[in-house]
Design a binder for this molecule. Structure first.
Ligand code: 5CA
Length: 159
């Protein structure tokens, strides 16, 4: 229950509800730091995990978020075309600073700053998906439709 959540998971749960999404954050005893760990902890397919990957625009220093299926690898060249500049994987410090959450717990929305977001089209195949919820032990269940609404993200072919 939400009052038992650790601070970063509670911060995310509160922000999500404030934005009108009634999804419940669950904290798990096992680590959910990576997509395979998260899938194992939930008992779902790795492809149903919505991983939040932070990239950086090399020219503008802007943060760019890709919500990708846990089964896929993001093609940086395709992402670069979408944002019209070369991109690189953000380091842990940059990801933390721009999102407000540590890698392994970065949720798809409710970040420190508003971040341009792209959604891997493969996530739309699933009725239910799971995403990180603030800590490397916290997840929440959502639908692809929720994901699109809460991120304002552009669906793209990005693997
Ligand atoms: N909670 C899980 C499932 S939602 C999760 O957050 N998975 S994740 O894939 O979105 O986050 C882990 C990702 O962070 C890894 O795929 C990897 O791309 C990235 N990552 C891990 N360590 C580092 C690091 N030191 N610097 C930059 N990125 C990293």
């Amino acid at each position: 229950m939400s009052h038992e959540l650790r601070p970063s998971a509670r911060k995310f749960q509160t922000a999500l509800i404030a934005r009108g999404f009634q999804c419940e954050v669950v904290e798990l005893p096992d680590a959910t730091r990576t997509a395979p760990q998260a899938a194992q902890a939930i008992g779902c397919a790795v492809a149903q995990i919505a991983k939040s990957l932070v990239f950086k625009g090399r020219r503008t220093d802007k943060a760019i978020l890709v919500i990708a299926s846990g089964a896929n690898r993001v093609d940086e060249a395709k992402l670069g075309e979408l944002v019209a500049e070369p991109v690189e994987k953000a380091n842990a410090h940059f990801a933390r600073e721009r999102t407000g959450f540590v890698i392994g717990g970065i949720p798809p929305t409710c970040h420190t700053e508003s971040i341009a977001t792209f959604i891997d089209e493969d996530l739309l195949q699933h009725a239910e998906i799971w995403a990180a919820a603030g800590t490397p032990h916290a997840l929440f269940k959502l639908t692809p439709s929720h994901l699109r609404k809460m991120t304002g993200g552009q669906v793209a072919a990005i693997k």
